[in-house]
Design a protein around this ligand. Structure first.
Ligand code: PLP
Length: 376
């Protein structure tokens, strides 16, 4: 392949940081995790807890908010299955909602129709790093006494009306997996202004061992302890935190590269009547995580993807709607999601691409789309 769809950018600094942890011969949750957590808390201006994955972050946020068996959680169908697995792992039931066709964000109007007396939370997904739904979701959450637990896995470093995503709001969950805006190899974090949630999650991520976080930061373990609730082995390792710390330092330059590349896609594709772009605006602070476009009337996405691959251009599909999966199948349809799903395609976007690469990809993409629409 000439390009990659997504990829992390790792410099000698991350390699040195990991090497230092390996040489220390202490791989658990210790001083690196503590430092990463402190740096993230400073970044957001709110208390932050690191966990093993973004999926674990969403699960623990729900559990920490007291949401579990018998409760319903409103969530867009168009998200990675991780969001759904996190909800069902908490014991709650994901209730699939439709999306807005212009932004691919949860449709609050549709969510409203799916409210029941068991609804306890809404999980907006900041798809591609965009936050178009944020204000409406907050209003809806307040009006209906719901927790708002954002899946902000795509939105690390993104701004909403000049405010950093994660620096305000109820609970925000981020992912640091290998292809996210910043990576720690694997990892995630929970940011919230609710100290009660932090207290519960701090123990829950370490098998529920009360007070274990403090000991781990001192490179110690708890031997004589108590456990009062279900916990999970969801803490972060110093190896991973050491990568994340270097990545966090470089967030501004990484965000700028993503914005410039995305703007180049928009510049190249906006006048192509065959291609529909979503209503996402980098000039309003969005940091694009993925370059998703729609080809209205597309007849055969697989053929399109194969032809692009022949030119060395890998593509993705974000995402297979969850309400169509066997485990999460709904007994109702979601017309916008189902209409859009066969027509969306994700083009390469990561910080190792150049604007010339984007020009090359757009030229080939435009030509092949044209042919696909005509020949099927
Ligand atoms: C990556 C991702 C997650 C989960 O994060 P992991 O760290 O991979 O567990 C959740 N939701 C969305 C939308 C994601 O893209």
């Amino acid at each position: 392949m000439k390009y990659r769809l997504s990829q992390p950018e790792i410099s000698n600094e991350e390699v040195e940081a990991v090497t230092n942890v390996l040489r220390s011969e202490f791989f658990g949750m210790g001083k690196e995790v503590q430092a990463f957590e402190n740096e993230l808390s400073d970044f957001f201006g709110l208390q932050t807890l690191c966990v093993s994955t973004g999926t674990a972050a969403v699960q623990l946020a729900l559990t920490g908010a007291g949401i579990g068996p018998g409760d319903e959680v409103l969530v867009p169908s168009l998200t990675y299955v991780a969001t759904y697995q996190a909800i069902s792992a908490s014991g709650a039931k994901p209730v699939s909602c439709d999306v807005d066709p212009e932004t691919l964000q949860i449709s609050v109007a549709d969510a409203e129709n799916r409210l029941s007396s068991d609804t306890k939370a809404i999980i907006p997904v900041y798809f591609a790093g965009a936050t178009n739904c944020l204000d409406q979701v907050e209003k809806f959450g307040t009006a209906n006494k719901l927790r708002v637990i954002a899946d902000a896995a795509h939105a690390f470093g993104s701004y909403h009306n000049q405010n950093l995503v994660g620096s305000f709001g109820d609970i925000n969950c981020f992912s640091f997996d290998g292809i996210k805006n910043i990576t720690s190899g694997e990892g995630g974090c929970i940011v919230t202004n609710d100290p009660a949630i932090i207290d519960r999650i701090r123990d829950a991520r370490l098998l529920g061992v009360i007070g274990d976080s403090k000991n781990r930061y001192l490179n110690q373990r708890s031997w004589d302890f108590d456990v009062k609730a279900q916990g999970w082995r969801y803490h972060m390792s110093d190896i991973f935190a050491s990568i994340g710390r270097v990545q966090l330092k470089n967030i501004d330059s990484k965000s700028l590269v993503r914005k410039n590349l995305f703007d180049q896609y928009v510049k190249n594709l906006k006048n192509n009547s065959r291609i529909k772009l979503f209503n996402w605006k980098t000039e309003e602070g969005m940091v694009p995580h993925i370059a998703v476009v729609q080809v209205p009337g597309l007849k055969n996405r697989n053929a399109l993807r194969e032809e692009l691959e022949a030119f060395g251009i890998p593509t993705g599909v974000h995402y297979k709607p969850n309400h169509l999966l066997s485990f999460y199948r709904s007994n109702y349809s979601l017309p916008v999601t189902e209409k859009i799903y066969p027509e969306i395609i994700t083009l390469p976007l990561h910080t190792k691409l150049t604007t010339y690469d984007v020009d090359d990809i757009c030229e080939i993409f435009s030509t092949i789309v044209e042919k696909n629409l005509i020949d099927g």
